[in-house]
Design a binder for this molecule. Structure first.
Ligand code: GLN
Length: 182
């Protein structure tokens, strides 16, 4: 599958490596034309406020909306999850509403409190870097991963959002769940 990674800011390069390691044809996306050529999309971690500004500056909102509306698969991680949420708190900021969740920014601790753990009932490694907490979910959203009983991964049809960073581990399961194994 051709998987585009939004490459305006943040941790996009590791996602390209992860998707390629799975066997996908992955590359950076910085224009609407590049996105239109993709079957799947990854919204990486980074700084969501900066992402908002750059998406506006590069005029990518329409193309991103179009990808989501077409029902093509998306994996949104950390800052990508924040951008995708219906509502954002701590502090409140604009978001695109592709995923029917409310998230609180930086609510799993500050940068110095970044940590690694494993998902509840699984050996799936979870890397948290100033990660958002998922505060509530709409009726169409299913929980895919939990940590200490709280949702840290969710899915609404083909749109997946995780608070952690699967691209920073060698474990391919999250990317494989979203995009399959070619
Ligand atoms: N704290 C960041 C934000 O609010 C997200 C952190 C991350 O993506 N690792 O955008």
């Amino acid at each position: 599958m051709k998987v585009g990674v939004l490459a305006l800011q943040g941790g996009w390069a590791a996602h390209i490596q992860a998707a390629r390691a799975l066997g996908h044809d992955a590359g950076p996306v910085r224009t609407a034309a590049e996105l239109a050529a993709c079957d799947g999309l990854i919204l990486p971690g980074g700084e969501s406020t900066t992402h908002l500004k750059l998406i506006d500056r590069f005029d990518l909102k329409g193309a991103l909306d179009g990808h989501v509306a077409a029902g093509k698969p998306v994996l949104a991680t950390c800052a990508g999850l924040i951008l995708s949420a219906r509502a954002v708190t701590h502090p409140a900021q604009a978001s695109f509403g592709w995923l029917d969740v409310t998230v609180a920014r930086n609510a799993w601790g500050r940068q110095v409190h970044s940590f690694e753990a494993t998902a509840d009932g699984s050996d799936l490694p979870l890397v948290f870097i100033r990660a958002p907490r998922i505060l509530d979910l709409g009726p169409g959203v299913e929980v895919t991963h939990t940590f200490e009983g709280e949702p840290v991964g969710v899915r609404q049809g083909p749109f997946w959002g995780v608070a952690f960073h699967p691209e920073l581990t060698a474990d391919q399961r999250v990317h494989a769940q979203v995009f399959g194994r070619p």
